[in-house]
Design a protein around this ligand. Structure first.
Ligand SMILES: [Zn+2]
Length: 172
């Protein structure tokens, strides 16, 4: 059984699919848990977290952490920590903004988070509209890749029609 650092649990069977719920309060900046790699990967998978320009990790139940365009948590890749971005209450779902660590996701999807300024296409930072870049905190490896990109796209990249899977919206 997953401890989730003692404060998180995976819930399933909801309309939105599985997710991770906090069972205590966190203040902004609090460490929620340490994220340890079960497996190091050279390529992203549907469940991986990106920790470097070409480094990805599989970190067990963290794969159930959902994306939100108004996240309450942040995955600090180099520190290997999940930290509270906003106040999180007991019973709240914990969410992160996937492009904060992900550059080019294995399983992009159309976001239905409903947040103001929802980026809609979640495929990694390289696909974000320019206007969205200033609204989020990004990991160093993503900032490096953004800088290396010769001319940022004016608006989000798009997959060939039919390739995005809205049903994949839940899991990382
Ligand atoms: Zn969204």
């Amino acid at each position: 059984m997953w401890s989730g650092g003692g404060y998180l649990e995976v819930v399933g069977g909801r309309p939105g699919g599985s997710g991770i719920i906090s069972n205590r309060d966190f203040a902004p900046g609090d460490t929620i848990m340490r994220v340890a790699a079960d497996l190091e990967l050279a390529e992203p998978t549907r469940f991986s977290l990106q920790v470097g320009a070409d480094r990805h990790i599989d970190a067990g139940e963290i794969r159930y952490l959902n994306h939100s365009c108004a996240p309450n948590a942040y995955f600090a890749a180099s520190a290997g920590l999940l930290v509270a971005e906003r106040a999180i209450g007991a019973g709240d779902e914990v969410s992160i903004f996937y492009p904060a660590s992900e550059w080019d996701m294995a399983c992009p999807f159309m976001c239905e988070c409903g947040a103001d300024g929802c980026v809609e296409f979640v495929g990694g930072a390289r696909h974000l509209p320019r206007a969205a870049l200033g609204r989020y905190r990004f990991n160093e490896h993503v900032l490096g890749l953004l800088e290396a990109l010769d001319g940022l796209p004016a608006h989000g990249g798009r997959l060939p029609a039919g390739n995005a899977d809205p049903a994949a919206g839940g899991d990382l």
